[in-house]
Design a protein. Structure first.
Length: 223
C-alpha cells in the first residue's frame, strides 16, 4: 500500500461500552467500503496473515480495520485459559460495537461495511451480521468456524464467502455444514494444497485475491 494512493491513520482506540479495543485503520483514497477484521483463536490485529490480506484489500481501494476483539487484560487471561477465544457471543458483541463505531466516525461513516473473519472470528462475524443486517454488506471467512454461529446462520442476509484449505479436512466439513444452513447467497471455495493457516507458497495470496474479489463485487462500488 503506497502513501501516494492511500491514507493510513494508524492505531485507533475503538470504544465498545466500557472496553477500549486496539485497532489499526487504513483508508485508501477513493474508498467506498471498509472491511472490519475479526480475529479468533488467540490471534490479534498483528496477525501477519490478516495484515497481508488487509494490504491486498487496501490495494483494491478497500479500507480496513484490523481489530482486537479482546482487551489487553482479556488477552492475557485467554492465553492461560483459552476460553474467551471461543466465547462467540462476547466476540460478536464486540464486533457489533466496532460496526457501530465505524458508522459514527466522520472518516468512515459513509463507507459500506464488510466483515472478514478468521477461525472463531468467522463465527463472530456471522453472528454480528445478523445483529446489524442493514449495515453489513458482505462476509468472508478464512479457515473459519462458521458452524459455531449455530442458530444464527439462517438469519444471515449478507453474501458469504467461505474459504478453506484443501488439506484442512475437518474444517472443510464444518464449513460444508454451515453452508447448508445459510439462506443468503454463499460460496464455499476450497484452495487446493493449502492447510489451515494457508502457509504454503502463494496460498495466502490466493485467499487475499478471493476476498478482494468478493468484497469488490458486493460492497466495493460507490453509491
Amino acid at each position: 500500500m503506497s502513501k501516494e494512493t492511500s491514507v493510513e491513520t494508524g492505531e485507533v482506540g475503538v470504544q465498545v461500552e466500557q472496553i477500549q479495543l486496539g485497532a489499526n485503520l487504513a483508508i485508501p483514497e477513493g474508498a467506498a467500503a471498509i472491511v472490519v477484521f475479526a480475529h479468533g483463536s488467540g490471534s490479534s490485529r498483528f496477525s501477519p496473515r490478516n495484515r497481508a490480506v488487509a494490504h491486498t484489500l487496501n490495494e483494491g481501494a478497500l479500507a480496513t480495520l484490523l481489530l482486537d476483539l479482546l482487551s489487553m487484560d482479556e488477552q492475557k487471561i485467554d492465553e492461560q485459559t483459552r476460553h474467551l477465544r471461543f466465547d462467540i457471543p462476547l466476540l460478536a458483541e464486540r464486533l457489533v460495537g466496532a460496526i457501530d463505531w465505524v458508522r459514527e466516525q466522520p472518516e468512515t461513516r459513509d463507507l459500506k461495511i464488510g466483515l472478514f473473519g478468521a477461525s472463531t472470528g468467522a463465527a463472530a462475524a456471522l453472528v454480528a451480521a445478523t445483529h446489524r443486517p442493514e449495515a453489513v454488506g458482505a462476509v468472508v471467512s478464512r479457515g473459519g468456524r462458521p458452524d459455531l454461529a449455530g442458530a444464527c446462520l439462517p438469519d444471515v442476509r449478507a453474501p458469504v464467502l467461505l474459504i478453506v484449505g484443501g488439506n484442512d479436512a475437518p474444517v472443510i466439513e464444518m464449513n460444508q455444514q454451515a453452508a447448508r444452513q445459510l439462506k443468503a447467497e454463499n460460496r464455499l471455495t476450497i484452495v487446493p494444497g493449502a492447510t489451515h493457516l494457508f502457509e504454503e507458497p502463494g496460498k495466502l495470496e490466493e485467499v487475499a485475491a478471493l476476498a478482494r474479489e468478493w468484497f469488490e463485487e458486493h460492497i466495493g462500488a460507490a453509491g
